[in-house]
Each structure stands twice: as C-alpha cells, then as structure tokens.
Design a protein around this ligand. Structure first.
Ligand code: SAH
Ligand code: SF4
Ligand code: F3S
Length: 466
C-alpha cells in the first residue's frame, strides 16, 4: 500500500497562530472554552493542543458547560460505549445552547472519521457548528474562525493520508506528567479495531523534534514523560533517519535532569530484544511494559489478525523478564470476540495464569462498523460474554493482590503525582507504574521519594515516606 506523508510546515502552523491573534482581538473579555475528551492518551494529547490554540485565542479554560462560549468534544470510536456517551452528552448540550445561543459547539476526534457519524450529526444535531477530523486539528483556528462567522456549519472530516504537524502549542494539564506523541496512526489492521481507519497510516515525528520537545518538558519541570504511539515499536520505520524506538529512548535518557520515561503501546509481534535492553540500560526508563495480549487462543489471535500466537507471546515475556527480572507487565484482553468459545476463553485464562500480569485492562468485544470482524457471525450472548469477563476479572484481581503483597516490607522509589482528596492521601507511582497511596504534605507533589510499602489491596499499595 503506498502512503503519502504530508508534513505541515512550521509556517502553516504559524499562520494558524496568526488566526488565533485575530480571534483574540475580537474576543470579549472573560470568554471561556471547554474541551471534553473521550479517548485514549493520544486523544488527551490532542486535547492539550486544542487548549493550546484556544488559550492563544484568549479563551480561559473551564470545565463547566454552562459557562463555556466554545465547547469542543474530542471523541473516541474504539468501542460503542464511548460513542453513546458522546451522543448522550451532545443531546444534553441542547439546554446549555438554549441558555447561551451564541455557544459554539464543535465535534472532533476519531468518531468524525466515520461517514455515518458525520451524517448523523448533520441530520440530528443542528446545535453542532463545526466538525473536524484528527488530521485537521492543526488548522483548528481557521476552522473555528469560519464557524464563528456563522454563515454555514463547517465540516472538515479530513480525507487522504495522515499528516505530521510540528509547532502546535500545548496547554498541558498538571505539572508533573507530560504526554509526548512520537507517532500517529496504525498499520496493523487488527480485525476488530477501528483505529487504522480513524487515525490513518503510521507516521513518525522526526527524532530531533521529539528530543527538542522532551528537553523543553524537562526544563519546564515535568518529571515523567510518556511517549505515545499506537505501536511504538514501528517508530521511525517510515523515516529515513535510522532511529529506532530503542534508540529514541536512549537519546531521551541522555538528556540531563531528574525525570523518568514511560511509553505506550508495544505490539507483541514487534517488541525487540533491542527495546528490552534499552529499557534495562536506561536508568530513566520505567521498568514497565504494556504488552496487549488480546486473547490466549491461537485460533482467536489468528482471526484477530494479531500475527503472533500464544507461544510467541510467552517467548516475548520470557525475553523481557530475563533482561529485566522485576519488570511490571500489564496487558489488554478482549473478551467475546465473534465466535469465541468456552475453549478459546479457557486458553486466555490459562495464559493469564501462566504470565501473571501485574494488571489487566479487560474489554467486552464491541462491534465496529467497517472492520472485518463486524462481518463475522457472533453467536454468543452478552450474558455468556459477561460470565467470561467476570471470571477473568476475578482471576486477575487475585493475581494483582498476590503480586501487591510481594511489595510489603520493600522500599521503593516513587514519583508523587497528586492527591486523592476523598481519602486525604497523596498518590504516587512506583517506577514500574504501580499506584501507591501515602500520607504526606501536598508540597511533595512533583517529587521523587523513597517509600516503604506497608499494606495493599487489589488496586493499590500503601506506603510510608522514609
Ligand atoms: N494500539 C494499541 C491499543 C489501541 S486500543 C494496541 O494495539 O495495543 C486499546 C485497547 O482497546 C486494545 O488493546 C483492545 O484491547 C481494545 N479494543 C480495541 N478495539 C476494540 C473493540 N472493537 N472492542 C473491544 N475492545 C477493543
Ligand atoms: Fe488497533 Fe491493532 Fe492498531 Fe492497536 S495495533 S491500534 S489494536 S489495529
Ligand atoms: Fe479512541 Fe481514537 Fe484513541 S478511536 S482509543 S481516541 S485513537
């Protein structure tokens, strides 16, 4: 499949910033904007860019839809539930739009790449003035300007191949952790998944641009940099720079400063010994690998087009554990893929028991229109799938708790990243990404600390500062 990479130049982005300035001159004092995000970390990172542009236009940010003059809904299409929430919330905005008829409502993100969704918005949601796809985000100011002129509703779902844009400003949430997108898109076409259709083909940002952004984040005081891509192991394969993802980690690790590096997501078919040794050698790289298994049945893995089998997956687990014995291993599992039998599911249970993941994100299969799996027979009922789901969750909860118990009495380094107001404790993460609750002063947020683990439950450890 030939693929054309479109690079959006810094000049093109600069023109968008000039549009921001124009809007700013016209904007009434105290105008507010709200960005509501439904998707993955990549979508969250996109929302930070939307907020960056909106701030450049002079908007103050709010979380209250009643006081927002602009509302941007950044959608996700990965499961039906996310889509239903978007439509539910859009319906509810009819009231706020009545209170404030000038309120501008925009919908963007992955759902917009599905034609039937755009049609539905056109027909049934006249309150939406602007619709734009993920690849049009870099020109959001110009699109918003057109929508503000108010003559017509504006539709820019985007067509053709995905782009790479540099220089879009971010307004980041928080001061401790930062997302850094290293690539966009996906080439894998797992048969259940909508992402390759909504995010186009894989394209990597240039290593120099990524390093410059990482350096800037460290200078701003961020303590954790989370590198994002749908399959980070493919990083750089579309460029002529000869920088692999492992090499990228090494280069970021070499930056001066007190910070840690994390990344998501790694496809089991592509994770390499080079990646594992870079993780082991780089002292700033967290010893955590998220390696989505999806199913333990070879038959289902084949139908899913995952291009590995259970044996290959286990060999990856062995490889990373022999390189980094205390690696924290997490995974994603889909329960109830079309035609998944009790026997297939039993294979997933066996594999989960064998690997003993530290944590697992489980999803019931959701049919996505336009994917190959959507055309498959799906004879099993929701109740049958739910039973499997519950059994897997129970197994994982037991394992998670057992693994947490092994921490008791140990001293671990954590990054204190926030406060749980309800419980009145600080929240922190071990360098493998496990949640730790600690009593302590709010001023410690954003610092690394040594903690003795004294107790635990299924979801978190409890620590005491040393
Ligand atoms: N690129 C990443 C994850 C993308 S989506 C990867 O390949 O691992 C995050 C998770 O959502 C997937 O790992 C999968 O477990 C789940 N998912 C994706 N499509 C789904 C669907 N149609 N139904 C249920 N879960 C799905
Ligand atoms: Fe979806 Fe598969 Fe790509 Fe992940 S690797 S985004 S599951 S198609
Ligand atoms: Fe959802 Fe798009 Fe992310 S479909 S999971 S927001 S890439």
């Amino acid at each position: 499949m030939s693929y054309k990479r479109t690079e959006i130049s810094k000049e093109q982005v600069a023109r968008q910033l000039a549009v921001c300035e124009e809007i700013k001159r016209e904007l009434a004092a105290g105008s507010r904007a709200m960005v509501d995000t439904y998707g993955c970390q990549q979508n969250e990172e996109d929302s930070e860019k939307l907020r960056g542009y909106l701030a450049a236009m002079g908007y103050e940010m709010t979380d209250n839809e009643h006081e927002a003059d602009v509302i941007v809904i950044n959608t996700c299409a990965v499961r039906e539930h996310a889509e239903q929430r978007v439509f539910g919330n859009l319906g509810a905005l009819t009231h706020t739009k009545k209170e404030n008829p000038n309120q501008m409502i925009a919908v963007c993100g992955c759902m917009v790449k599905q034609e039937h969704i755009v049609e539905k918005i056109k027909k049934s949601y006249p309150l939406v003035s602007l619709v734009f796809g993920p690849d049009e985000l870099w020109r959001f100011p110009e699109l918003l300007q057109r929508a503000r002129e108010g003559k017509k509703r504006v539709y820019a779902p985007g067509e053709g191949d995905g782009c790479v844009a540099e220089g879009v400003p971010h307004l980041r949430d928080g001061k401790v952790k930062a997302w850094l997108s290293v690539m966009n898109g996906c080439n894998n076409f797992c048969s259940y998944c909508i992402v390759p259709y909504t995010r186009d083909r894989e394209r990597s940002r240039r290593a120099d641009d990524i390093i410059a952004e990482a350096r800037e984040l460290v200078a701003q005081g961020y303590k954790e940099i989370m590198l994002l891509g749908q399959n980070v192991n493919s990083y750089g394969k579309d460029l002529d720079e000869g920088v692999s993802f492992a090499e990228l980690i090494r280069r970021i690790n070499a930056l001066e400063g007190d910070f840690v590096i994390r990344f998501m997501t790694s496809h089991p078919k592509d994770a390499t010994p080079e990646l594992f040794s870079a993780m082991a050698e780089c002292e700033k790289c967290e010893k955590h690998l998220h390696l989505p298994l999806q199913s333990g049945s070879d038959r289902i893995l084949k139908l899913m087009n995952r291009r590995y089998d259970a044996e290959k997956y286990l060999s990856q687990v062995e490889a990373v554990r022999s390189c980094i014995p205390d690696i924290v291993l997490t995974t994603d599992i889909i329960v109830g893929y079309p035609g998944e039998t009790d026997e297939d599911f039993a294979a997933t249970m066996r594999l989960a028991e064998k690997v003993r993941f530290d944590a697992m994100f489980t999803f019931i299969y959701s049919k996505r229109e336009g994917t190959p799996a959507a055309k498959m027979e799906d004879p099993f009922t929701r109740e049958q799938k739910q039973q499997h789901f519950d059994a897997l969750l129970e197994l994982q909860n037991r394992i998670s708790e057992e693994k947490h118990r092994e921490y008791i009495g140990k001293t671990v380094r954590v990054l204190i990243d926030g406060r749980d107001r309800e419980e009145g404790v600080l929240t922190a993460r071990t360098l493998g990404g496990r949640l730790v609750r600690i009593s302590g002063d709010e001023r410690l947020i954003g610092s690394f600390a040594e903690t003795r683990i004294v107790d635990c439950n299924t979801w978190a450890l409890r620590g005491e500062l040393i």
